[in-house]
Design a protein around this ligand. Structure first.
Ligand code: S3P
Length: 442
């Protein structure tokens, strides 16, 4: 998302200490809206993430006739009246910067008898959609899109779908898996989705709680649609570990740091960053481990630590996919070398995150070798402040901010407003921690 509005000036504070309440999980917030809009009954969603991406989902669902209203203290209430209550949208559905919105809604629409067109911003219109178009066609949906169905805008003419199929995804992607599972709700029998490595399982957990039959065996999920509509469920959204990630990495790498991050979701399909940092020597403690709304939650206490380089690949990659740019930064300040492989998916995120991460780290003085499926980072770097840009990518804006907290001298981050996609309060929190000198307009 390119807000074009702000530039942030960030410097290294002498100490990094404090407590941060981590905002709601983006993936779970999207799912709580979409699944409850398809369900029957009233659902209260507590801890809902109010950010640009989840607002895109909310607006699209309203355009489809869903009744969603704000409740107290940032919560929302979805009044589900079943799948059949949703109607054909009068206009194009704008998914903004959000791949999750486009891919999950396309799956849901594939099983609904209506015509819909989905588009998004310039970044989203560059992202691959054949990964959902092909499997949804295999279930019997009529779909087309720009570049022979590879790129948005997408056109969906949904309807009854064929069950009894086994769909193999080439990529470990929860967006692809969830898109297929949402379509499979409208199939006339069970559907199996197989992915090369297991991706995040929030959709499966929620579908199960709503009365669908879901069995999981590693990277294989089988959904048996419920006899009628899904049952609405109240959701307490845990804090987003991907939102906590910049703080986790900043506190680990800063020489005088201790941060307490509260209410963080620690679903094992999302905690790859913790496993990677522990293997590098990090001092991260999980406190008050508990369960909330079908998801494991903990407070994280993170202290400064000296790290050594690692090799990251295989099943760890989908468990840390949005955190890999931060892993590259950790590698730059670790001893030895860090290699990230099997991560070609990074190239098709909100930006090409292999290229944009390498470019940003180089600006801070790091030696990085780009590879087709990841990067090799030379450790032992001394970061120096730089003028960098977010490339309109929220995770890159936050990567730049964390690097700036660790660098000698001042850093200017252009298009810093991109953080609004997932973490609108990011710069305020950073200022509270003493890292932002000024925020400029222009
Ligand atoms: C998401 C899944 C991931 C992740 C994205 C959110 C989701 O994408 O990068 O930020 O909510 O399902 P992929 O599943 O395509 O890797």
């Amino acid at each position: 998302m390119s807000t074009g509005l702000h530039s942030a000036a960030v410097h290294r504070p002498s100490r990094l200490r404090g407590t941060i309440a981590i905002p709601g999980d983006k993936s779970i917030s999207h799912r709580a809206l979409i699944l409850n809009a398809l369900a029957r009954g009233r659902a209260h969603i507590d801890g809902f993430l109010d950010a640009a991406d989840t607002r895109s989902t909310l607006a699209c669902l309203r355009a489809l006739g869903a009744h969603i209203e704000p409740a107290s203290a940032g919560a929302v209430v979805v009044h589900g009246a079943g799948r059949a209550s949703l109607h054909e949208p009068e206009d194009v559905l704008d998914c903004g910067n959000s791949g999750t919105t486009m891919r999950l809604l396309t799956g849901a629409l594939a099983g609904l008898p209506m015509f819909a067109v989905l588009t998004g911003d310039a970044s989203l219109r560059r992202r691959p959609m054949d990964r959902i178009v092909q499997p949804l066609r295999a279930l019997g949906a009529e779909l087309s899109g720009r570049a022979d169905g590879r790129l948005p805008p997408l056109v969906v003419r949904g309807g009854a779908l064929r069950g009894g199929q086994r769909i193999e995804s080439r990529v470990a992607s929860a967006q692809v898996k969830s898109s297929i599972l949402l379509a499979a709700l409208a199939a006339d029998g069970p559907t199996t989705v197989v992915e090369p490595e297991q991706s995040r399982d929030h959709t499966e957990r929620m579908l199960r709680a709503m009365g669908a039959g879901v069995t999981i065996d590693g990277g294989t999920v089988t959904l048996t649609p419920p006899a009628g509509d899904l049952r609405a469920v109240d959701v307490t959204v845990p804090g987003d570990i991907s939102t906590a990630a910049p703080w986790i990495v900043a506190a680990t790498l800063h020489p005088d740091a201790e941060l307490l991050l509260t209410g963080v979701g620690v679903n094992p399909t999302r905690t790859g960053l913790l496993d990677i940092l522990w293997s590098m020597g990090a001092a991260i403690e999980l406190l008050e481990e508990r369960e909330s709304g079908g998801e494991p939650v903990a407070d994280l206490l993170v202290r400064s630590a000296a790290l050594h380089g690692v090799e990251v690949g295989g099943a760890l990659v989908p468990r840390a996919i949005d955190e890999l740019p931060l892993v590259a930064l950790a590698g730059a300040l670790a001893s030895g070398e860090t290699l990230i492989r099997d991560a070609a998916e990074l190239r098709v995120k909100e930006s090409d995150r292999v290229a944009t991460t390498a470019e940003m780290l180089r600006a801070f003085g790091v030696t990085v070798e780009e590879r087709p499926d990841g990067m090799r980072v030379r450790g032992g770097a001394s970061l120096r402040g730089a003028a960098v840009g977010s490339s309109g990518d929220h995770r890159l804006a936050m990567l730049g901010a964390v690097a700036a907290l660790l660098a000698e001298g001042e850093t200017a981050i252009d298009d810093s407003g991109a953080v609004a996609v997932s973490y609108p309060d990011f710069w305020r929190e950073l200022a509270r921690l003493g890292g932002v000198q000024e925020s400029l307009r222009g």
